[in-house]
Each structure stands twice: as structure tokens, then as C-alpha cells.
Design a protein around this ligand. Structure first.
Ligand code: NAD
Ligand code: ZN
Ligand code: ZN
Length: 361
């Protein structure tokens, strides 16, 4: 019997989201139905609502979630009913070129549930990032469920499902930040602050937070920034160089997604250093750099998809570090809200008042 639940739906471009009855099918082969316990409000949900991702309205929003598996379909062995899981939006296939090269975090063929969730009148829903977790239950591919220690509260655990993992991973996976490094992070929203926390965890010696908003810089100090720069008041590149003996940082993480901040990252990096782009640009943006500088400055220019994480490896490990008091994930939960408050949360996010609003069910 399909389930009927309440879910947050974006019906059209720019329209306020509404709470609707959502029909969730029983899980088919390789699928799982999850009782969602918490789901964070991410910028990408707002991008979907604004029509910035694609036109496949209506969307069932929400993708940063934790919950308990309710039922699994035929052939599912990785999770079972009752398991406490974080949902991920990159379930690796194990068979594509990247997986076969032994680099599954780059998987080129990640997958979602095959069946569709729908509105009560049969209209098919597009789940955000193949998840759709602003709902009491959701249908996903079983590989999108990663089991973690249930001692971590859902509002905190779910954060690893998107933005916080992207930021932590940009530092510790893509950037390879290690003990003694100097790091600069440009843009200190949820993602940038997670990159600061990841750099702190990895033992970076100098962590410079750059933002245009002093409130974000205050949060950055909590997560381990050793210095802060308001780039409305000071030149970001000059300030980062000043704070690193005149040379620039070993690793610079761009967590805004704009050409001008990418250029700052490029020039604020020491010779042979690494730039990590984790901010997501829009299609019309282009970048112009002297090719001689690209060559002459050496090092690595990298992008970070989902923090180059491997959910099965990273989620349980990070939850354990959190439970041991070594990873401040609580600091990202600015407020907990109900399912019918997502629209208000979009406003707070837009005004920069929160790192994360988290729907708790
Ligand atoms: N790579 C991934 O897998 C992945 C995953 C999730 C989110 N993201 C992307 O990461 C980016 C950040 O996400 P977020 O949730 O932290 O968003 P956010 O809006 O909370 O944070 C962006 C921050 O950048 C700051 N900022 C804006 N313009 C700036 C400038 N010119 N100089 C310095 N700081 C500036 C803002 O004040 C804000 O603090 C977005 O582009 C988002 O789409 C990427
Ligand atoms: Zn693959
Ligand atoms: Zn997200």
C-alpha cells in the first residue's frame, strides 16, 4: 500500500512553497522508504524553487536529511527497516569509469529511486537532488541511505547530507588540508564555515575566514578561524598575504561561487598551493586569468563535488568524531522549525540570518 504523507512542494517558478499530500510508493527493487526525522534548509532548495536548476516543476524539496528506514524493496542488503541513516545525493554505482579506477567519490553514474512520488491527483513530483525529504516519508535508492550511530540527533546528523559535508570535504578531501597548513576560506555560510571546521580538525595552523558580513565572521571564529577579514573593508588578497608572511595560503577554499572571489582565491594562494572551488557558479559566469600566472604559480586548481565524500566512509566517521566532542556540528543548527515554516526559512537564509534552519518532524 502506498503511503500518503505531508510534504513541501514548489509548484512553480518563484511561487511560495506549499504543504501538500504526497503519495510515496512502496519500495521497489533496490529502493527504500525512509521516515524522515529532520531535514535542513539548503540554498539549493531555494535554487530549485527559483527555477535555477531546471524546469521540472513541481518539486518535492528537501535533501539534507536523517531518518529511520521504514521498508526496503527486493534485493536490498545494505540497510534494513529500523536502521538510522543519513541520506546522500551521490549513491555510487561501483561500475562506471571513476568507480573502476578506484575513485568512487567521483562516480559518474550516481543513482536515485526508479519509481516516482506524486501528488494526490497523480502529478509526478521531481524530488530535489533525488531525495525530497521535506516530507514525513520519502522514497530513495537504498544506496542513498548511510547507517550512522543513532546517538547523534537527527537535526545534527542530517547536516552531513549536503552543505556541511561539502565544506568539510572541500578542506579534508579535495584540499588535502593537513597539520601545519595555512588555509583561507572565502565565503563563510554553512559551506565555508564547515570548511573552516574541517581545516581545524585537520590541524591547520592558520585559518583565515573572509566574508562581506561580520555576523558570518563571528560564526567563523567559533568554528576555528584564527583570523577574519571583512572583504568589504579590506582587500582580501593583500590581507591573506599579510597574515601568511607575505606569501599567501597553502590552500584557499572558494565557497561563494563567483568569478571575482575565485580570482581572489587564485591570487591569495602561495606558489604551488591549492585552490578548491566548492561554491557553485551559474551558467553565464566566465573567468579570465593570465595563462602565464596559471603556469607560473603552479600547484593545483580543483573543484569539489559534495566535498569529494564517500558517504559510506565519511558519514559514520564524522558522526563518531561529533559524538566524541571533536567536531562542533551543533553550531550549524541556527533554529529548528516545522514543515510548514520552510518558506519563512528561505527568507532568513536570503537575509543571512542563519547558517541552517532545520525542519524537525
Ligand atoms: N560543491 C558542492 O557540492 C556544494 C554543496 C552545497 C552547496 N554548495 C555551494 O556552496 C556555496 C555556499 O553555500 P552556503 O550554503 O554556504 O551559502 P550561503 O549563502 O549561506 O553562504 C555564502 C556566503 O558567501 C558570502 N559572500 C557573498 N559574496 C561574497 C563576496 N563577494 N566575498 C566574500 N564573501 C561573500 C555571504 O555573505 C555568505 O556568508 C553555494 O554556491 C552553494 O551552491 C556546493
Ligand atoms: Zn560509479
Ligand atoms: Zn544542499
Amino acid at each position: 500500500m502506498p503511503y500518503e504523507v505531508q510534504g513541501v512542494v514548489a509548484r512553480g517558478k518563484g511561487e511560495a512553497v506549499t504543504l501538500e499530500t504526497v503519495v510515496v510508493p512502496d519500495p521497489g527493487p533496490g529502493e527504500a522508504v525512509v521516515n524522515v526525522q529532520a531535514c535542513g534548509v539548503c540554498h539549493t532548495d531555494l535554487h530549485y524553487r527559483e527555477g535555477g536548476i531546471n524546469d521540472e516543476f513541481p518539486f518535492l524539496l528537501g535533501h539534507e536529511a536523517a531518518g529511520v528506514v521504514e521498508a526496503v524493496g527486493e534485493g536490498v542488503t545494505e540497510v534494513a527497516p529500523g536502521d538510522y541513516v543519513i541520506l546522500n545525493w551521490r549513491a555510487v554505482c561501483g561500475q562506471c569509469r571513476a568507480c573502476l579506477r578506484g575513485r568512487p567519490w567521483y562516480c559518474f553514474n550516481t543513482h536515485n529511486a526508479v519509481q516516482k512520488m506524486s501528488l494526490a491527483d497523480g502529478t509526478v513530483l521531481s524530488p530535489a537532488l533525488g531525495i525530497g525529504a521535506f516530507a514525513e516519508k520519502t522514497l530513495v535508492a537504498a544506496g542513498q541511505c548511510t547507517k550512522v550511530d543513532q546517538a547523534a540527533a537527527p537535526a545534527v546528523a542530517g547536516l552531513l547530507g549536503c552543505g556541511v559535508m561539502a565544506g568539510l570535504g572541500a578542506a579534508i578531501n579535495t584540499g588535502g588540508v593537513t597539520r601545519g597548513d595555512s588555509v583561507a576560506v572565502i565565503g563563510c555560510g554553512g559551506v565555508g564555515n564547515a570548511a573552516i571546521l574541517g581545516s581545524n580538525l585537520a590541524g591547520a595552523r592558520t585559518i583565515i575566514a573572509v566574508d562581506v558580513d561580520d555576523r558570518k565572521l563571528d560564526w567563523a571564529r567559533r568554528f576555528g578561524a584564527t583570523h577574519t577579514v571583512n572583504s568589504r573593508e579590506a582587500d582580501a588578497v593583500a590581507a591573506i598575504r599579510d597574515l601568511t608572511g607575505g606569501f599567501g595560503a597553502d590552500v584557499v577554499i572558494e565557497a561563494v561561487g563567483r568569478p571575482e572571489t575565485y580570482k581572489q582565491a587564485f591570487y591569495a594562494r602561495d606558489l604551488a598551493g591549492t585552490v578548491v572551488l566548492v561554491g557553485v557558479p551559474t551558467p553565464e559566469m566566465t573567468l579570465e586569468l593570465p595563462l602565464l600566472d596559471v603556469f607560473g604559480r603552479g600547484g593545483a586548481l580543483k573543484s569539489s563535488w559534495y566535498g569529494d565524500c564517500l558517504p559510506s566512509r565519511d558519514f559514520p566517521m564524522l558522526i563518531d568524531l561529533y559524538l566524541q566532542g571533536r567536531l562542533d556540528l551543533d553550531g550549524f543548527v541556527s533554529e529548528t522549525i516545522a514543515l510548514d515554516q520552510v518558506e519563512e526559512a528561505f527568507g532568513k537564509m536570503h537575509r543571512g540570518e542563519v547558517l541552517r534552519s532545520v525542519v524537525v518532524l
